[in-house]
Each structure stands twice: as structure tokens, then as C-alpha cells.
Design a protein around this ligand. Sequence first.
Ligand code: FES
Length: 179
Amino acid sequence: MSDSPNTCAAFELPQAVLDRFAREVAKYPDNASGRQSAVMACLAIVQQVYGHVSDASEAAVARYLGMPPIAVHEVTTFYNMYNQHPVGKFKLNVCTNLPCQLRDGYKALHHLEAKLGIQMGETTPDGLFTLQQSECLGACADAPVMLVNDRAMCSFMSNEKLDQLIDGLRTAAPAGEGQ
Ligand code: FES
């Protein structure tokens, strides 16, 4: 992962990134709204390259796609798969929407806060874990549920299962990380 861009409005994305954007844009109709349909894919590319989507990156995506910057920002902030700030190696999203609240969603969140020694929204000092709340993950019947790194859904997360998960992820981290 390379250095993240700062918030300089004149930030230019590298040609390799723009080439990837072009391949995404080519999947849609060749007009203004078709071009803008690639916004989610372009933001995902930015996040793959930089680890998060900065204000400067959003502005660069907006320029490339011919969109108002606020329209790109609305996409970034609507989906919590986009990181607006640098995150740890493992991003833990715990659902606290109402159905999960009624079935120990907050208990799971607070257990993780205590185990990791951080508050919701923070990253552990070793850079391994970022803990976040999330909106409904579409698995309400499996509460408490959480998503690891936007991909791995974890269901029925009792305190025991949470402990096993965290210990397993720590063990899986390459030597030197999380020490
Ligand atoms: S409310 Fe938590 S998964 Fe739906």
C-alpha cells in the first residue's frame, strides 16, 4: 500500500489508477451518466491503492468522472465499505441496528471495546484492529453479527466467539504485526 494522498485539492491520481478507471468507465454507456455509473468501482480502486478514500482522492474521482465532488462524497459516506480514514489490518464492523440491538449487538460491540482496549471508531495502537458500528448487514436473524474487512460475515457472535475471532486474527497476522 503506498502513501495516502493528503487533502490537497490539486492531488493527481497516478496514470496506472486512471487506466483502471478507464476500464471501469468502458463498461457503461458512452455518455455522461454512464461515465458516472463507474463511481463505486473507481472509489473501490482508490481504496485498494491507498487503503482509504481521502477528500483529495474524492475530488480527483469527481474530476475524472465529471461529477460534483459532493455527489462522490455522498457515495463514499453512504457505504461503510469505503474507509474515509486509514484503518487497521482488520476492520471489524459490528451491526447495532435495532434488530441486532435487541439481540446483543451492543453487548458484542462493548465486549470488543473492552478486549481491544479501544472505543468504537478507533484503531488499536498496533494497527491491527479498527472497530466500527455498522448499519444492517442483512442477517438480522443471526444477531449479533459483524463483518470483517467488508467480506467475512460472522454470525451469532457470543463473547466466546468474539474472543476466538480476535485471538485467531492476531495469530494470523504476519510476524511483527500486533506485537
Ligand atoms: S439489524 Fe443487524 S443484521 Fe440486520
